[in-house]
Design a protein around this ligand. Structure first.
Ligand code: ZN
Length: 325
């Protein structure tokens, strides 16, 4: 499996949407789509997505007419892309408190994607993640970072331009790179191979996951892997391999997944980010899961994918078989 295939298996990736980059500057086309009843708008309100149903939640997509009927202006809707000749836009409803009650169909509500993500199908999860990420970027770039003047939306929402004539700086949507790494200790002399999992202070007592952190300016991804593992656990790593990536709009990251080999096994926590870090063999994981002493990262996360790929390469069968879900 190549990296692209692996990334496509990561939730929130591979939504099957054509991003239609060549259509973004075409104002007449954008206007026509926003006047087309077939167009689907993904509403976002306070970083939450509109969903209906509990057991099998479905995204609620609206037409431009439904929004206009309750007085919501679609001029700043962001073109997400097209699928089967239907255009999809995201629209941030922040501030539109009054029409909201009339807008939300019976049984639907705005909910946190992180909570409902595992229950959505992959295409829906990807669409809502994209809408959430780009509306978050817009909400934080209303003013120019260079001169402080207001910015205006251009190119279907994939550009903001500073309105000050002397500045005119262009601001493009960005995402924040973060690395996540499953460190493996090879074992030997009869010892099982083990992986390194940590628990952040604010997490539930039994939840353990791979080491993660933001990439700093002036740093390669691999340098970030080495630094984060050393800072959080004191472990030196000798080999760093890229695994796959995952858009992670909580609020604005892309997670870059790696595996690495530990040079030693002695854990020393240098910073306060983790409350605990431990080595787990596959047998340890099976036993801890069975006794309720361990919870692993949610299945929608790349953290789970990294752990699953490592675990499933052993002799105890698929990790999913031990989760009881
Ligand atoms: Zn400016």
């Amino acid at each position: 499996m190549d990296h692209y295939q692996r990334s496509n298996l990561n939730y929130f990736s591979a939504g099957g949407l054509d991003r239609a980059t060549q259509l973004r500057p075409k104002d007449a086309w954008l206007q026509a789509r926003l006047a087309d009843a077939a167009t689907r708008i993904v509403p976002v309100w306070r970083m939450q997505n509109l969903l209906c149903g509990d057991v099998m939640p479905l995204p609620v997509l609206l037409s431009p007419m439904q929004l206009r009927d309750v007085g919501v202006d679609c001029a700043n809707a962001v073109l997400l892309g097209t699928r089967a000749e239907v255009a999809y836009f995201a629209l941030d409803l922040a501030g539109d408190e009054t029409p909201l009650e009339r807008l939300v169909p019976a049984g639907a509500s705005f909910r946190e994607l992180r909570d409902v993500g595992p229950l959505l199908d992959a295409d829906a999860g990807s669409l809502l993640a994209y809408a959430r990420a780009i509306t978050y970027w817009h909400a934080r770039h209303r003013h120019c970072g260079d001169c402080g003047s207001p910015t205006r939306v251009a190119e279907g929402g994939h550009l903001r331009v500073c309105a000050a004539p002397r500045c005119g700086q262009k601001h493009f949507p960005r995402t924040d790179p973060a690395i996540i790494v499953l460190v493996v200790h090879p074992g030997g002399l009869g010892d099982e191979e083990r992986c390194l999992l940590g628990r952040q202070r604010e997490w539930p007592e039994t939840l353990y996951s791979a080491v993660a952190g933001f990439v700093e300016p002036g740093e390669s991804l691999e340098d970030a892997v080495v630094r984060e593992v050393a800072e959080e656990t004191g472990i030196g790593v000798s080999a760093v391999h890229y695994h796959s990536s995952q858009p992670w709009p909580f609020p604005s990251s892309i997670m870059l997944g790696f595996t690495a080999t530990a040079r030693d096994a002695r854990i020393v926590r240098h910073d306060d980010e983790l409350a605990d870090a431990r080595w787990f063999s596959r047998t340890d994981i099976v036993e801890a899961l069975a006794h309720g002493r361990l919870r692993v990262a949610r299945r929608v996360s790349i953290a789970y994918r990294l752990l699953e790929d490592w675990f499933d390469a052993g002799r105890l069968g698929p990790l999913a078989g031990y989760l009881g879900e």
